[in-house]
Design a protein around this ligand. Structure first.
Ligand code: GLC
Length: 548
């Protein structure tokens, strides 16, 4: 079902690079990355060989959840710059031929958003209150939350308000932090506002949106109590929770699809939807809804031949059945970087993070070797792949962040029991000898960079054979040259239970997920995730691409 060839279909095979604005490049020295910093560093991404950039939120925000708490969807937070800086960044990316996606956060606003402040001020029974999910409490005096739901970040999903006259009021729902009240998507007013927001950014020339929590907008009417099945959790993606993956969300995306179509056939919506199984997730990418959905089933698959082959088959079948490309992703701003995660067995649950007290410590060398092998496997698959800033440098998770530096609401809402996601969000290194390794001219960094960050700096790897950066560049160039993103795979039975091998567009890909050595089949080695001592022998935790 895969169709490619038209520039309108660029996203079917694109490699999309996630920029996390606060940690990418700081131009003004305040220790937080910004839009001018990104614009200046775009040529490095062009050189890397990606097709598009996705920016995590840079909107006006109190930054309680690193910008996923939006106080104005149509403006830039002064921390990151101005709308003019955004326009400049857009122009620069266009000049370089890089598509640009931005983040849209429709499940909740910030509590600082005017919509919520107006709802508080307008009082009970007002239309403003109907923008959000205010409900009376249970118990004799409404002193108990309206239901038993927990926030994804820990603690109850409800916070009680105090009315203007000082009396205790109703509670509002927040699936995430208390500073992130959920919108009521049964209210047509909310639909209208978001259509306006889509148009605001499409008018500024963006290519599409990554849609945050795209499985959460609609809740079961009546907001019933929920008991996760054994082994499940309230925030888990396998659950039958009354707030995840409700059928009603699809109507919203059909509506948005129409808005995007007004701007041309090449605009895209990408679902961040933690939905299992993949066959259900495929509903998000039916022809009249979104174009892509992140494949978290793939991200969560261990580095092991059998599970990898199964998840690839299941992905191609599920997305292919609705005419959508599969996507592939190994790292993002919510998970432990794969250069560390692949050395953890089993990895902690998504969002939990790791830190100084985690035992045993992951082996950095093993993690990096597996990460490069896993990336070589991923980039050879047909479909669209996502990269997270810094993975092309081989960055590991920053484990030893002091508690005092941590900022993820998960850390605070669990009383420090879970470290959360800060370890993958540390500002990235550019030049080994510069302040903050080139991240910021002042040397400041909103999260402290580990002492060995200079070793990973881009300039320390540039032109160095065998470096992770050169490996990524080579993989991306070969992927484009052979059209692997638009290809189709044929499995090869080869090498035993730890080996997963396939052919795509004339390239033979062999990944050895075990520790033993494997004799390679015929072919010239075009790419290898680690230097090979012998061209015919594939060591453990290594992937090669062979051509005729
Ligand atoms: C998504 C984002 C995550 C954020 C959450 C709430 O999962 O990727 O970073 O905390 O939504 O907006």
């Amino acid at each position: 079902m895969q169709q490619t060839g038209s520039p309108d279909d660029w996203w079917r095979s694109a490699v999309i690079y996630q920029v996390y604005p606060r940690s990418f490049a700081d131009s003004n020295g305040d220790g937080v990355g910004d839009l001018p910093g990104i614009a200046r560093r775009l040529p490095a991404l062009k050189r890397l060989g990606v097709d598009a950039v996705w920016l995590s939120p840079f909107y006006t925000s109190p930054q309680k959840d690193a910008g996923y708490d939006v106080a104005d969807y149509c403006d830039v937070d002064p921390l990151f710059g101005t709308l003019a800086d955004f326009d400049h960044l857009r122009a620069e990316s266009r000049e370089l031929g890089l598509r640009l996606l931005i983040d849209l956060v429709p499940n909740h606003t910030s509590s600082a958003h005017a919509w919520f402040q107006e709802a508080l001020a307008a009082g009970p029974g007002s239309p403003e209150r109907e923008r959000y999910l205010f409900r009376p409490g249970r118990g004799e005096a409404g002193e108990l939350p309206p239901n038993n739901w927990d926030s994804v970040f820990g603690g109850p999903a409800w916070t009680r308000i105090t009315e203007a006259d000082g009396t205790p009021g109703p509670w509002y729902l927040h699936l995430f932090d208390a500073s992130q009240p959920d919108l009521d998507w049964t209210n047509p007013w909310v639909h209208e506002r978001f259509r306006d927001i889509l148009r605001f950014w499409l008018d500024r020339g963006i290519d599409g949106f990554r849609v945050d929590v795209a499985h959460g907008l609609v809740k079961v009417p009546g907001l019933p109590d929920y008991t996760p099945s054994p082994g499940g959790s309230m925030g888990g993606d396998t659950s039958d929770a009354p707030y995840w993956a409700q059928d009603g969300v699809h109507e919203i995306y059909r509506e948005w699809h129409e808005v995007l179509t007004e701007y041309g056939p090449d605009r895209v919506l990408v679902a961040e939807a933690w939905v299992n199984p993949l066959s259900k997730l495929a509903n998000w990418v039916r022809p009249d809804e979104m174009q892509q959905a992140f494949n978290f089933g793939y991200l969560e698959t261990p580095w092991a031949a059998g599970p990898l082959r199964s998840v690839v088959d299941a992905s191609l079948a599920a997305f292919g059945a609705v005419g959508a490309p599969s996507t592939w992703v190994l790292s993002n701003h919510d998970v432990i970087r794969h250069a560390t995660r692949l050395a953890l067995t089993p990895p902690p649950p998504q969002g939990a993070g790791i830190g100084p007290r985690t035992q045993p410590r992951p082996d950095t060398a093993v993690g990096l070797q597996r990460a490069r092998a896993a990336t070589a496997f991923m980039l050879a698959l047909p479909g669209s792949a996502y990269l997270f800033q810094g993975e092309e440098l081989g960055l590991p998770e920053a484990i030893d962040l002091p508690d005092s530096a941590r900022q993820d609401p998960t850390f605070f809402r669990t009383g420090g029991e879970l470290y959360g996601r800060d370890g993958c969000r540390v500002p990235i290194p550019w030049e080994a000898g510069s302040p903050a390794s080139g991240f910021s001219p002042s040397g400041k960094s909103w999260l402290p960079q580990p002492a060995d960050w200079p070793e990973y700096a881009r300039d320390a790897q540039d032109g160095v054979p065998g470096s992770t950066l050169e490996f990524y560049r080579a993989a991306l160039a070969l992927r484009a040259e052979h059209g692997l993103g638009a290809g189709a795979i044929e499995w090869l039975e080869f090498g035993g239970p730890d080996v997963v091998a396939f052919r795509n567009a004339g390239v033979t890909v062999v990944a050895n997920t075990g520790a033993g050595q494997v004799t390679l089949p015929e072919g010239r080695v075009a790419l290898t995730s680690e230097p090979l001592a012998d061209d015919r022998v594939l060591p453990g935790d290594t992937t090669v691409w062979l051509v005729a």
